[in-house]
Design a protein around this ligand. Sequence first.
Ligand code: GLC
Ligand code: CA
Length: 539
Amino acid sequence: MNTNTKWWQKSVIYEVYPRSFKDSNGDGIGDLAGLVSKLDYIQSLGVDAIWLGPVFKSPQDDNGYDISDYQDIDPLFGNLEDMKTLLREANARDIRIIVDMVLNHTSDEHPWFVEAKSGRDNPKHDWYVWRDGEPGCPPNEMRSCFGGSAWEYVPELGQYYLHQYSVKQPDLNWDNPEVRQALFDMMNWWADQGAGGFRLDVIDSVAKEPDKMITAEGTNLHKYIKEMSAAVFQGRDLVVVGECWSATPETAKLWSNPDGSELSMVFQFEHIVLDQQPGKDKWDLAPLPMAKLKKVIAKWQQELNGKGWNSLFWENHDVPRIVSRWGNDKEYREKSAKMLATILFGLQGTPYIFQGQELGMTNACYELEEYRDIEIRNIAAERLAEGYTMESIMESIHAKGRDNARTPMQWNAGENAGFTTGEPWLKINPNYTEINVEAQEADPHSVLNYYRYLVALRKREDVFVDGDYQEILTEREDVIAYSRDNGSRKLTVVTNFTGETVDFPAEILENAGEPELCNYSDWPVDGKLRPYEARMYLK
Ligand code: GLC
Ligand code: CA
């Protein structure tokens, strides 16, 4: 293997959404002590790092993505000592903690914003983005990602502040060098505490230019990122992943330049936003266009090869469960969960597993009142006011709502799925009696054990890191198949993306080498693939 390979290119990352992982004190909310108690489980998956969702002090308007103190832990999750324990215990297991850093905005309860709002002459005023204006007449049409205007009026100042997310998440003004310095100092402090890396929340939005309605990819964006890299990342062995909704292969090559001038890798969404109506948003549902999915996968594989580094994911805390979305969460739940895992793990990039994905956890299908997410509540209110039917709103929420992925982790078939002894903050998916860690530990053919196999396989074979990608049967919309070849090894991945038996040329399998992995117990080469069948071959 290439001697320039970085440890995080051979790694698998596990995302923990802290409030839904494991509760240690019966208040119904997952916490750091709960997570520490489950580190052996995470280690048993073979992963190298945990992306830890935000646990900093926060009013929890957006579940911690609204930070009021970057250097303290919210009492919901524990305290700084618990965080130090987590860092120590994880590092002792060779697991790095990737801290989720929200740098585009703070909470409106952060002391910086409280000061900024106290007067136009306050030295912190310019740390946020203000525009003069009259009530009821915002500076422009910019919209918040959670619905409504992105501008909020402060009568005492006669000014509006920008919030690309909720009104309780005012945008920081990155054009002020003091802001950047304060954030870099804070990140250095976390690196000194033993953080193994950072996940940078909506980092492509920091250099916004609101007067031009520019959110992502502002003129100064890559200048600021290079500055951050020099101030914090370079000279330290960190993994840094940027959440970049706007990334294209071209900009991804800047973000993840192998020269280390910006970040380690991008986390981009082009594949994961395909099942929505063109030009509309995620709530406007459309069937998954298979031809497009295949094109997008091929494009990123080929264009970043040797020039950048991608994250591989189907799920995170913002998107629905993949088995419900693009698999079949009924009769073929296990088969399709494994099929989707196979596609993902064969690609070039660093795979991410979102908690519960390794069990094939499914979407929740709740009543509106049972959801907790601010985005769900806002969109329901907005769409009702716009005249959508309740039925269509609920259909969108059941398909795309963020709480689908945020239901508590299903540890066992006991009370509250073993997540808490109290009242869970968000209803547990009733299928926990069937889908849970304990049941899958006991079953060698479980989705859980299939993921473990995939993680171990990636560690064993360099071709996963450096093999060139070649698509197989490009025109077919029912199968996804490809090979990866690094000159000494060749991996072949073959999957049936449908619930029907489909034809598949036997010669391809006959020439693919040794069977390595399959989600069925036998491997006939009879010109057919069974429903959601997935295979890997190595030669
Ligand atoms: C990111 C987070 C999401 C959050 C938003 C605002 O997209 O993943 O959960 O709501 O940023 O911070
Ligand atoms: Ca708790």
